[in-house]
Design a protein around this ligand. Sequence first.
Ligand code: ATP
Length: 256
Amino acid sequence: MELIIDKISHRYGDTPVLEGIDLHLRDGEIICIIGPSGCGKSTLLRIVGGLERPESGQVLVAGEAPAGSLNPLTYIFQDFALLPWRTVEGNVSLVLEDHGIRGGKARAIIDDVLRRTKLSDFRKALPRQLSGGMKQRVAIARALAVNPAVMLMDEPLSALDSQTRELLLDDLVELWSRERFSACYVTHNLAEAVRLGHKIVVLSRRPGRVRQVVEIDMPLAERPERQAELEETQRHLWNLMREEARAADRELADVD
Ligand SMILES: Nc1ncnc2c1ncn2[C@@H]1O[C@H](COP(=O)(O)OP(=O)(O)OP(=O)(O)O)[C@@H](O)[C@H]1O
């Protein structure tokens, strides 16, 4: 399934937030969206996920969702959004229960996603017994359980310490390498973007417009060993963002 984001513009009251965003997400591709604070990254993701209706433009879906997909566009939040009174498997089974899937069929899906996220040994644990990284793996397992066509990830690693972030980045790459998924991934972290993104979309300050789409034609699995090349791309991204970020900062200071 492909996503075509076609001339999306949006405003809140008198404040324009997004302007004329055109993007194309191909099947099995990860697009990272970066840009200065307040430029509309999360708004764009909410519009893509259908949680908000844009003022103009449209999100088109081309092709079929994967067989058995319960929720083609599935969110993963920064704060994990787990139910504290449910175990790991209970949190995953919740999304299946919502679709009337129980018993043996649910057990098979839960076993599969817990294995893929390396959580099989922790299925009976409660969220409070888990580290931050493990909690986010539960959130990823829960998203995988609905077999999404596209995962919409809003700064999924930003609540984690840097070591845990590194481990989860490795996990995400391993997961993608074994079974490709498509994702729109919002992040502030340029290192994360060059590690995961096939395309990196740089937005301007608010109202967010696409400044540049940088493609990285390097297999995800090779990236840790080819840091020097990636650092060059990262520098290029920062050069694109620096002035925008500074101006956005000044604007925020004016408001306050
Ligand atoms: N529901 C809303 N009502 C009014 N204004 C909003 C709403 N949601 C976001 N905004 C404003 O729209 C702008 C874009 O917000 P958004 O959260 O999409 O930006 P962002 O790029 O994700 O920001 P950050 O990088 O800081 O997370 C901001 O100025 C924000 O204050």
